[in-house]
Design a protein. Structure first.
Lengths: 403, 410
């Protein structure tokens, strides 16, 4: 197998990964050189493999856009865990692994005899990372979870929407899917470091619900302080005015503007060519701007609608006022700032053709994340893994495939 | 364990969470504030609604487990103290405007030469370089440029922002991972490096479905309000439903996942005589969300909506757990504090804050280890709370500290 250079070169991870949380957590390791083997089966493929949109709108397990986007650098081993011989192969894989990762609903790996105690018998210094929706123990452990449901259970939509109207989901629906992987990866590296120094493995247990609460914690503490449940405030802020999203020229084009102090307000008035506005007593202080916010927003919107969001951003930023484009997917993909930061990796995939894979989220000066291989076809690396890594003989492999 | 490591945390509210995660993992994190306190302490909300830098709620949320000292690194004596501190540190975390620390001679380039093992994380709105480098930011600006904002909101209205700032949290968690990757590398190769984190990039990293959908179909995923965007179906999929005392999030979806939840939900409705014959005889295993008609959808959603309207959030969650129904009642803040699963897992811990005359409930652990303690052990530091401890360890006397304080250096 091609040598993968990077911080985690030589590290071996066996991943029973599902949906988005699995590959995103594994990504921090695979992108830095770890060998991450995803165990998959066509009998029950990952939900992302069977989700539209597909290449040329033709369904197929290797044609899904979402799966491909999230699974760069990961290897795929096809193994039907419900086959009687699968357990023996899984045990050989465990013996080979430094890390056993899983984010299934708790109970699944137990059913296969791959709970922590059993893994330890095969590989005493194994590190097991479990990352289910509600944690591997506790009263909700068997409740299936996915991001769209965890978002409201963690309370996020209390902070999204207009006063007096219904709470809204985060547009990128499974928002919590991006929260737990970062907590998990940081802790897993700490556990690996500990093992390297002491020889001791461990069990890490993470609940996606629990990590998601970290993203609304100030709201929760405010409730503890005041005893009042949060109210939805649209795009306003207690600390800035104007503060919001304003319509721009074009179809569904919008910009953001945030003015936090009086200097910025006077910069804003000059930049929009209306220096007289600075003298308007209705808007002379933050307090007054908040008091007359509807009128203020109307005036701002009457100006922004004449320009593209890019023009608003350029003109206001030049004047020292915080403003930006409300970027849609095409804007993000072509954003000149993001473009220099390796967030997207164009790679050639056997069935998808040239396709954008998700790249790195942060930049390391000496050991950057690298695109080694496109998302795997289902079972693409089965033979290689069995013969090169597990030492299965060719005859034995052929026999296993036939079964 | 990481408790032999030290991090100096110079970040403002753009970067607090990075040091918090490192501190949870065991690193000794020293928060360095300007004398008088970090300017972000002046921006509310405040505990008890009293504007006071020692009552800042955002500070409380993301600085627990850290120690706190004051230091003006821009004054000559402060610079020297900072240099000495850096010589004892494994990590420096900072969120100054790009290039500023280099300009005053205290940047990564300077320290990397004399302390090659040092790991240096910079958290900035747009990254250390590039055309937006010097742009002014605010959470709504960065979330807009990340693509998240555009997709949130009602279909016929403007995009809507999440009112708890999010970009700094994406960036803070990423910076913590970056620091740990860099640390793992250092332990093998002996060399530190720079972790350059852009809040825009960290927030844009999670686009869920927008980028592949655009690339494959040229379609821009838009806002769908209480409905779900992104399916190619002609039929709207409601996602937010009223229940008796609030809202519950639920989608009619196909596939194996959908079949499991839907058939369990219909069985639950049937216990209360709310499942229609149509629902009881629908073949969920072969239900195709992409081929469903509006008429069929209405026949499903009508009784489901009625079922939700009759139940409270608590009843819905309590009933969903034993039946394996994946629905999401919208938790209030009190629901979270009362949540059965969180409490059974010992998720909440009360930390004493004697200066407020109270104790406050915080999450105890974001991740649990069978071997290591990742818990929240101490509340966020007061301004300069650990000055004596940290500076005396460097050989300074009480007299030195008084003089430094008088000169506005600490």
């Amino acid at each position: 197998m091609q040598k993968r250079e990077g911080v985690f070169s030589g590290l071996k991870i066996l991943a029973f990964a599902w949906a988005v949380v699995g590959p995103l957590t594994m990504k921090f390791f695979a992108d830095h050189g770890a060998t991450v083997i995803r165990v998959e089966t066509s009998h029950r493929p990952c939900t992302m493999r069977s989700s539209a949109p597909y290449k040329d709108n033709k369904p197929g397990l290797n044609r899904g856009g979402y799966f491909t986007y999230y699974n760069a650098n990961i290897l795929s081993l096809a193994l039907n865990m419900n086959h009687p011989k699968a357990a023996a192969i899984a045990r050989r894989l465990v013996a080979w692994s430094d890390v056993f990762f899983e984010n299934y609903t708790p109970g699944v790996v137990e059913k296969w005899g791959l709970d922590y105690e059993s893994l330890k018998k095969i590989r005493p210094d194994i590190i097991m990372l479990r990352q289910s929706g509600y944690g591997s123990w506790g009263p909700y452990k068997n409740l299936p979870a996915f991001g769209m449901v965890l978002v409201p259970i963690a309370g996020l939509p209390n902070f999204i929407g207009w006063p007096g109207k219904e709470p809204l989901p985060v547009g990128v629906s499974a928002y919590t899917d991006c929260i737990s992987p970062r907590f998990a990866a940081a802790a897993l590296i700490a556990a690996l470091d500990h093992r390297n120094k002491t020889g001791a493995g461990q069990l890490l247990d993470l609940s996606q619900f629990e990590t998601a609460i970290s993203f609304i914690l100030p709201g929760l503490l405010e409730y503890e302080s005041a005893g009042k449940e949060p109210e939805r405030i649209g795009n306003s802020s207690p600390h800035a005015a104007p503060h919001g999203v304003y319509r721009c020229k074009g179809d569904d084009r919008w910009c953001t503007i945030a003015v936090t102090n009086d200097d910025e307000w006077s910069n804003f008035c000059r930049a929009v060519g209306n220096p007289e506005l600075v003298k308007d007593p209705r808007f002379s202080t933050l307090g007054n701007r908040k008091k007359n916010e509807d009128e203020l927003n109307r005036i701002v919107g009457e100006w922004t609608v004449n320009f593209s969001p890019e023009e608003v951003m350029a003109r206001l930023q030049k004047a020292g006022v915080a403003a930006g484009v409300v970027a849609n997917a095409a804007d993000v993909l072509h954003d000149p700032q993001l473009g220099g930061r390796n967030i997207f990796w164009p790679m050639h995939h056997a069935e998808m053709g040239d396709f954008t894979h998700l790249g790195q989220s942060f930049q390391l000066s000496e050991t950057p994340a690298r695109p080694f291989s496109p998302a795997p076809l289902l079972g693409e690396h089965t033979e290689q893994i069995c013969t090169e890594m597990l030492g299965v003989s060719d005859d034995e492999f052929v026999a296993l495939v036939q079964e | 364990m990481l408790n032999h490591l030290r991090a100096l945390d110079l970040t403002d509210d753009r970067g607090f969470l990075c040091g918090k995660i490192l501190a949870d993992l065991g690193v000794n994190v020293i928060k360095i504030e300007k004398p008088g306190g970090d300017p972000s302490r002046a921006v509310g909300p405040f505990w008890g609604s009293k504007p006071d830098p020692e009552r800042n709620i955002y500070w409380f949320a993301y600085n627990s487990n850290k120690k706190g000292i004051t230091l003006d690194i821009e004054k000559p004596r402060g610079r020297e103290l900072f240099k000495t501190l850096v010589s004892t540190a494994d990590f420096v975390l900072e969120s100054y405007p790009p290039g500023y620390l280099d300009e005053i001679g205290l940047g990564y380039e300077y320290f990397h030469k004399i302390h090659p093992k040092l790991i240096w994380a910079s958290i900035t709105p747009f990254g250390a370089d590039g055309p937006y480098r010097d742009f002014k930011d605010s959470d709504i600006i960065v979330m807009g440029l990340s693509g998240t904002l555009y997709q949130t909101g009602e279909a016929d209205g403007p995009p809507v922002h999440i009112s708890v700032p999010q970009a700094a949290l994406h960036a803070g968690t990423d910076a913590a991972v970056g620091c740990m990757v860099a640390y793992y590398h250092r332990e093998q190769m002996g060399l530190g490096q720079r972790v350059d984190v852009s809040m825009q990039q960290s927030a844009a990293w999670f686009q869920a479905n927008a980028i592949p959908a655009y690339e494959l179909n040229g379609s821009i995923l838009k806002r769908a309000g209480a409905f779900r965007a992104g399916t190619s179906s002609q039929v709207a999929q409601r996602q937010v439903w009223p229940c008796r005392d609030g809202y519950v999030f639920f989608n009619v979806i196909g596939g194996r996942t959908g079949a499991k939840t839907l058939s369990a939900l219909i069985a639950w409705m049937d216990e209360e005589k709310l499942a229609t014959d149509f629902l009881l005889h629908l073949d969920w295993d072969n239900f195709d969300m992409f081929a469903v008609t509006q008429d069929v959808m209405d026949k499903i959603t009508g009784p489901v909506a009625e079922f939700f309207r009759r139940h409270t959030r608590k009843e819905l969650l309590a009933g969903a757990v034993p039946r394996g129904v994946s629905i999401g009642p919208l938790s209030s803040m009190q629901d979270l504090l009362d949540d059965e699963n969180l409490n059974a897992r010992g998720y909440w811990t009360r930390l004493e804050q004697p200066e407020l005359g109270t104790n406050i409930t915080y999450p105890k652990e974001y991740i649990r280890s069978s071997l290591m303690d990742f818990s929240t052990r101490s509340r966020a530091p007061l301004i300069g709370e650990h000055n004596a401890e940290v500076y005396k360890e460097m050989g300074l006397s009480d007299k030195d500290l008084r003089s430094l304080k008088k000169d506005g250096i600490i």
